[in-house]
Each structure stands twice: as C-alpha cells, then as structure tokens.
Write a protein that binds this ligand. Structure first.
Ligand code: UDX
Length: 436
C-alpha cells in the first residue's frame, strides 16, 4: 500500500521505516529541511538500535523516501499518518497545534478517499476534531475517514516492538476504514484489536498511565522496604510471580522519565479532570515519582556531607539504556542539584553526551570509556543501567576511585556482590552495604 507519514520524529520515522520493511511504499514527510536533508543523505537524527540499517535497506529497495512536500505525499498515499509531536503546554495539556495545522494541510491536498490515521498521542476526542477540521477545508464531495492507531513503541527496542507487537489498536468508525487498516497490518492480523475511535485514543493514555503507576507502586514499596529492612527485589519477585500482577515494570529505581510517561500521566489526569473526573490516583503516581528522585539526590548529599569540590562520577545520562533521549532524564536533575552545590561532575554515556552537554556545558563528559570518570572519584552514581555499567569490572573500579562508594539508582548490582568487592553501596529499597 502507499503510505505518507506526516512528521518524521521518533514515532513517524520508526513507523514509516517499519511499514516499508514489510513491503509498503512509504514517504516520510517533515517540514524541517535539515532533518529531511540529513535523512536523504543516510544520516539518522535519533539513536535507535537497528534503525539506520533498516532505513538504508528500504531506501535502496525504493520503498522508503523522505520529503518536505506534503502535497505530493497526500496525493501519493492511500493512508496518511499524522505523527507530529504533541508537546506539553505549561498547563500540562498536550499542545495540538501541529496536529491541527497538519489536518488542514492534508485536507487541502486531498484528491480522493483516504484514511487519515492519528498516530500521535492525543487526548480522547481529538480524532473528532481532526474530522471536523478536515471536513471544513476539504474539497466538496471527497470522502475520508479518521482512524486512531496509537503507538506503543519503547525507545531502544522500537523495531522489535513493531515487528513483534503485543497488539495493534485500531479505532475506526467505518467498515471501509477498518478494511484498509486490516490490509495495512495484514502481517499481524491476529494482533489487531478494532475498537471505536474514542476507546483507541483512551487506550494509549490508560496503558502508559498504568505502567507508570506500576513503577510508582514499586518505588513506594521500595521506600517501605528501606524503612523496614526488607529487600524490594525480593518483594517485586514475590508479587510479580502472581500472573495477575506480572514481573514486568516492577523495577524499583530513581523513577520514570522519558518523553511519554511523565507527559501522558499528566495529560490523562487533566483530560479526566476536564471531563469531570478527579483522577487523584494519577497525581499520586506523579508525586511518588518526584519524591523518588528527590530522595535519591538526598541519599547522595547525605553520603557526601559536603558536595563542594567532591569528584562525582555519573554513569548514564539517557533516561534509560539504548537511547540518546534525555527528556525528563533523572540524570539532568541530579547534575543540576549537585552542580548547584559545587560538585565537580564527570559523566559517562555512550549516546546522550551531546544532548546533555547542551544543558550542562560545565560537566566533563566521556562517551567511550566507562571507567574514565571514575579516576579519583569520591562517589560513583549509577543513573542508567547501560550494559557497560552492569558489566563493570568492580576490582578495577575499586582501584580507580578515591573512595569506594557507589550509589545505584537502578539496582544494577546485588548488595552481596558489592560487599564482596569491598564497596560502600547504597541502592534503592535494599539495606545499604557499609563497606570496610
Ligand atoms: C513508554 C511505553 O513503554 C511505550 O509503550 C510508549 O508507547 C512510550 O512510552 P519508553 O518511554 O520508551 O516507552 O520507555 P519505557 O521502557 O517504558 O520506560 C519508561 C521509564 O520507566 C524509564 O525511565 C525507565 O527507566 C522506567 N522504568 C521502567 C522503571 O523505572 N522501572 C521499570 O520497571 C520499568
């Protein structure tokens, strides 16, 4: 099928590339000339494992192209995806100005029946507004449908999520649109869940908020574990083995970040309130997440006593491994808090350094050698559980550091291992290891 994707950010680019990989003809459109120029030259503006290779393969095969020409894209396509960003406004609500503008543009260039698919994460009822907008600006007599098809991609494993999806949610109001969407996803026909449009829109926010709630729940349990002498890893395992609960998303840590959970929980809480329901539970999910970060920073400060002039090694800047994304990354808050008190910060990350450097230019950064920031460090802080961090040679770390203190925001090591290696070790929801 012929597909146009409007908005070549993270979601648009991954979605378009994966559609081309299963044989569809795809044009990814964006209004940023630098981005399109880079993509045309084989450069990929984001880091996602395997994406660069998949783009190259499908461009060479003639199934994937990039363009700024929305008019040509609309005319070419049978299905048009809206995948522009929906940034958070100061009020917490999603800003839909790009969705609105793109809907108008699509309408003006429509030359026959097409399915317009809302892929961006939007509040419930947005597709109705898209429908109204397109109806207003489209030439008389041209028919179309608006469908909601939310994405559930996790950064770092997005290609896998697209090729082995748990489910594909399609909210469609007509048989004609349902048929086209079924054809589009025919590779995954057993995975498609057809719903009405409003439900599909709500599923995205409800799913992400539920996952965020699971994380905040285990983080709250971790606090109680610390106070009671229990071990959160044991507790998470013990509750997760109940198949009704499940073991996933029960990793206690420094709190969730990224471009989705914080924004989506906020948006869902506000949408619910605007509709007349006070979703207090979601505010608590946010409050626990905020507290989790604050407590972690407090642990660091308590250990250092005086932060000024201490050499602080931070391992991991991205909000999670296998991405260069630092949006709502805990590392940014940690750098800010310790920098304000005069800490001498040395940070390592294999992908996110250039982005973090723009925010905090005074930090000394390393991209290659994970051991480099540890030389003579007073403390090592683990913020992102990159593979290189989980595989650290602890004897070498011990030798490099001025004092063997590790504060681990991801429970990347067991306390027993740290005790054997001779470290003072503070983690989340587990008894501290005192060191020698
Ligand atoms: C998320 C959703 O998983 C995805 O379905 C959605 O479409 C986009 O948002 P993503 O933001 O890429 O994906 O990251 P995810 O892997 O879900 O992790 C989000 C945050 O939660 C990270 O900061 C991660 O470190 C944290 N997390 C995750 C935990 O603290 N504990 C866990 O057990 C799991």
């Amino acid at each position: 099928m012929r597909i146009a994707i409007v908005g070549s950010g993270y979601v648009g680019l991954v979605t378009g590339t994966c559609f081309s990989d299963i044989g569809h003809e795809v044009i990814c459109i964006d209004n940023d000339p630098a981005k399109i120029e880079a993509l045309e030259q084989g450069e990929v503006p984001i880091y996602e494992p395997g994406l660069k290779e998949m783009i190259a393969k499908n461009v060479t095969a003639g199934r994937l192209a990039f363009s700024m020409d929305i008019k040509a894209g609309v005319k070419f396509a049978e299905v048009i995806f809206i995948a522009v960003n929906t940034p958070r406004m100061p009020s917490g609500e999603a800003n839909l100005k790009y969705v609105e503008a793109v809907s108008r543009e699509i309408a003006q260039h429509m030359n026959g029946y097409k399915v317009i698919v809302e892929k961006s994460t939007v509040p419930v009822n947005t597709s109705r507004k898209i429908f109204k907008t397109v109806s207003k600006y489209i030439k008389h007599g041209i028919e179309f449908d608006v469908v909601s098809n939310p994405e559930f991609l996790r950064e770092g494993s997005a290609l896998l999520d697209v090729s082995i999806p748990d489910r594909i949610v399609v909210g469609a109001g007509s048989d004609r649109a349902r048929k086209i969407m079924a054809e589009l996803y025919k590779e995954f026909k057993d995975k498609i869940l057809f719903t009405d449009v409003n439900s599909a829109e709500l599923i995205k926010h409800a799913a992400n908020s539920f996952l965020a709630m699971k994380i905040s729940y285990i983080n709250a349990v971790a606090q109680v574990c610390e106070l009671s002498g229990a071990d959160v890893e044991e507790v998470a395992r013990g509750i997760g083995l109940d198949s009704r609960i499940g073991t996933k998303f029960l990793r206690a840590g420094v709190g969730f970040g990224g471009s989705c959970f914080p924004k989506d929980v906020d948006a869902f809480e506000r949408i619910s309130r605007n509709l007349g329901y006070d979703f207090n539970l979601l505010r608590e999910v946010q409050a626990i997440n905020k507290l989790q970060r604050a407590q972690f920073i407090k642990k660091i400060k308590d250990q250092l006593w005086v932060v000024q002039d201490k050499k602080i090694a931070i391992l991991g800047l991205a909000f999670k491994p296998d991405t260069d994304d630092i949006r709502e990354a805990p590392a940014a808050d940690i750098i800010k808090a310790l920098g304000e008190e005069g800490g001498d910060i040395y940070a390592w990350d294999p992908q996110a350094v250039s982005k973090m450097r723009q925010l905090y230019p005074d930090v000394t950064y390393f991209e290659k050698d994970v051991y480099a920031p540890l030389q003579d460090a007073d403390v090592c802080i683990i913020v992102t559980e990159w593979e290189d961090v989980c595989n650290l040679d602890l004897a070498r770390v011990r030798e490099l550091m001025k004092y063997p203190l590790i504060i681990d925001g991801r429970n990347a090591f067991t306390p027993a291992k740290m005790a054997r290696a001779g470290f003072e070790y503070i983690s989340i929801g587990r008894a501290p290891v005192k060191g020698k």
